[in-house]
Design a protein around this ligand. Sequence first.
Ligand SMILES: [Zn+2]
Length: 465
Amino acid sequence: MIPVSRRWLGVVCLITVCLCQPIEAQDRTIVVSGTVVTPQRVLNKAWVVIKQGRISRISEEVPKEENAIVVNTNDLIFPGFIDLHNHPVFAVFRRWTPPKPFNNRYEWRSSDEYRKKVGTPGSELQVDEQSFCDLTQFAEVQALTGGTTSFSGMFPRRAPAAPLPDCLSHLAVRKLDMHSGFYLAEPGHERVQNVLGVTPRDLSDVAADEVVRKLTGNELDLVLIHVAEGAAADLESNLEFGLLQWRALLGPRTAIIHGVAFGKNDFRKIRSAASSIVWSPRSNMELYGSTTDVITAFREGVSIALAPDWSPTGSRNMLAELQYAAQLNKDRLGGFFTNQQLFEMATSIPARIARIDDKVGTIQQGLFADLFLLRGDATRPFDSLMRATPKDVNLVFVNGVPIYGDPKLMGTFSVKTEPVTVCYETKSLNLDVMPNGRLSDTQGRISQRLKTYQLELAKLDDCSN
Ligand SMILES: [Zn+2]
């Protein structure tokens, strides 16, 4: 039993957005209520209890938690998205509309227009430490506005063992190949590695042997590698699969990014090797006019994750890519996948592929509290997700810490915040987890740097729905 006065206080907190005194989020139990999407079923009204960064309990009855910070909502509560294919440092670039469809990525990568508008400034800006921090912070916030809590792709220009800049010492979004928060903070402990490609242009023999050595020595859980990113008829893209096998990189801890040129036999071999696919439809369609044959891949039993690739030709974040995939599924795939399956391609499936499903990817007791709250219809959560815009994202937790969201909800916690305009609405960003400083300062510095290339900074949001 708890004293009546405290119990009364708890009830007050549960019937409104809690107006209790804001206190340190990390030190207090947090209780969040809404429609909770669990792997087993959707709980129409439930409470998620967060302690020390983890989900300690999910209850369909009001939990009795003393001294808890309570956020009572009618929102949908989803696990945070896990993005296995991104190039976050390119998020600052505006959309690049290809002048024509290409046969493969080597064609556009070597085009003058791409180099001028994206490639050259993208490479040069990463070299400077402050710029690298700015690019990363911008990408993290852009990801958070769409419910992403983990992403990857900081590699290759920044080697996995390179010193971690101070600006990345905190967790805003988990950087799976640089600083996930799952292991020791020093570089060299992460278990996900990005390899840009399989041909000698992107991967030397020495580097390939080193990756194989790490896989053999159980130092890695996942290698992400771009393979066959080109039209089905493209010879070079077709040869890459053979090269992947020849380099001994087709195995259970490999996820092939793209595979646009793959056919049934390729998917069969991928399934036999227990490898996976990461599907990025928007970027594929814009660059090549076609995308991975995911229906055949699915029928052959291949695990498929969904991810946005990057802002210039893909989507700004996971929410936008999920919605692009849902529309493509309706228009071109005959509605083969359900909206729930697409949602799983963005959460539990990438978690399993990266072997972090015991940590994140679903809302379950014992996992880290990486989740987000979304305005929507409680009776149709997955349909709501496909129609949502970033303004509907009300609160994002990473590691049980409120990172971004509606100012009223963020005001429940004792954190320093910065207002951020997203889809014409003011949201709040937790400045305590932004060691790089205020986002507005970051945006100012990047804008200045981009001016030297006659370029403008990309918008943070995408309000197209
Ligand atoms: Zn890519």
